[in-house]
Ligand binder design. Structure first.
Ligand code: AMP
Ligand code: MG
Length: 368
């Protein structure tokens, strides 16, 4: 695509400057693309009513056109025209419990949502973010804003301004730089278009929290995920891949660290190895060819989740040849954290027989 002039503005997260917001809202209404912070990750937004704006989102990200976009609204008045019929009691109670916030609902769509936004599906994904900049921008634009994560397709979602600029400067009309992607993982996606609620993407709002409000929900089976028309088309694409190949160690803390140390022994010291670890284990990784980064304390799953994407990107910046990662219990928020980690390492497990042969071919491996 042709490189374009991108307007880059710093904006206060808590008290966004009205003039800057109005300028960005004008761009949205005129069919432009504006990157803005949300409480989950940065989004790249365009008006759902602008064919040109929506086309520019897919082009800027290199996103396949069969991967639908989440539509962001600032109010229920803005949401109602997007969905078919009145909201069910189940939807209303979820909205009352979790909006504004990091929960995306998939509902049957009305004719007001153009097909390119939803990749021709008959459902629409809707979310009301709570970040003040996102809220102010959508309100000022006065139109629902379609906004996928603001990263090049295949890379980690961006949670910091410099990461957005790295990926999208010259590819979008404006970038609003701000703090405040405090959650750091994308929203929980819940499909409510059928009788049975289905959790399509785990997030900080957990399965248990949702079940407390609407009762039993299910996660899609691998069979559904591999269908040619999956329930959530985005699931079939590679995500979050750091530049270097990544392997994950599983098991209890002792077996994980043992597996990582055994693996380290098999590489020559000229190989730069990134270690994704925790406060509890970082003291064990001191060799000078190692770039060890702690996600935080194992007792703080929320904090670790919020740092995952920025940590994956710092491994890119450190030019490591390989990344070895610890893993986490898949309960509560751990489910979302592990979902992203598994995708980042393409599900390659370090200490499991079936995948041991898939060790990436790093040059200068020694037999010591
Ligand atoms: P992103 O925009 O990068 O946060 O990704 C949004 C995710 O929501 C992708 O995995 C999409 O496939 C999924 N999604 C968006 N709209 C729908 C929809 N109507 N039905 C199912 N999944 C959807
Ligand atoms: Mg994304």
């Amino acid at each position: 695509m042709l490189k374009k002039e991108t307007m880059i503005r710093s904006i206060d997260a808590m008290h966004p400057n009205k003039l800057e917001i109005d300028l960005a809202a004008d761009l949205i209404r005129q069919g432009g693309t504006v990157v803005f912070p949300t409480e989950t990750v940065y989004g790249i937004g365009a008006s759902i009513h602008s064919t040109e704006g929506i086309r520019k989102i897919f082009e800027a990200k290199g996103r396949p056109s069969d991967n639908p976009l989440i539509v962001h609204v600032a109010s229920l008045e803005m949401m109602h025209p997007l969905v078919k019929g009145p909201l069910s009691p189940r939807v209303i109670s979820l909205i009352e419990s979790f909006w504004p916030g990091p929960l995306t609902l998939i509902l049957e769509k009305s004719k007001n949502v153009p097909d390119p936004v939803t990749a021709n599906l008959d459902t629409v994904a809707v979310r009301m973010p709570r970040h003040p900049v996102a809220r102010a921008l959508i309100e000022a634009a006065g139109v629902p804003i379609a906004a996928p994560s603001a990263n090049l397709s295949g890379k980690s979602s961006a949670t910091r301004a410099n990461h957005v600029i790295d990926d999208l400067n010259g590819r979008v009309d404006a970038i609003l730089c701000s703090d405040g992607c405090e959650i750091g993982l994308e929203s929980t996606v819940l499909d409510l278009s059928g009788d049975q609620a289905v959790l399509l993407r785990p997030g900080i709002i957990t399965k248990e929290e949702i079940e407390n409000v609407i009762g039993n929900i299910v996660s899609p089976t691998s069979h559904e995920v591999s269908d040619s028309v999956p329930r959530s088309p985005g699931m079939k694409y590679t995500h979050y891949a750091p530049k270097a190949p990544m392997l994950m160690a599983v098991g209890d803390l002792a077996s994980m660290t043992e597996a990582i140390h055994a693996q380290l022994m098999s590489y020559d010291r000229s190989v730069r190895i990134g270690i994704l670890c925790t406060d509890e284990t970082i003291g064990g990784y001191t060799d000078e060819n190692l770039v060890a980064i702690s996600l935080g304390s194992r007792s703080d799953l929320r904090g670790m989740s919020s740092r995952l994407f920025s940590t994956l990107r710092s491994f890119d910046e450190s030019n490591v040849d390989l990344i070895l990662a610890e893993s986490f219990p898949e309960v509560g928020i751990g489910e979302a954290l592990m979902n992203r980690l598994r995708k980042a390492c393409g599900n390659r497990i370090l200490n499991q027989e079936s995948t041991m042969d898939e060790r990436p071919g790093i040059v200068s491996m020694s037999s010591r």
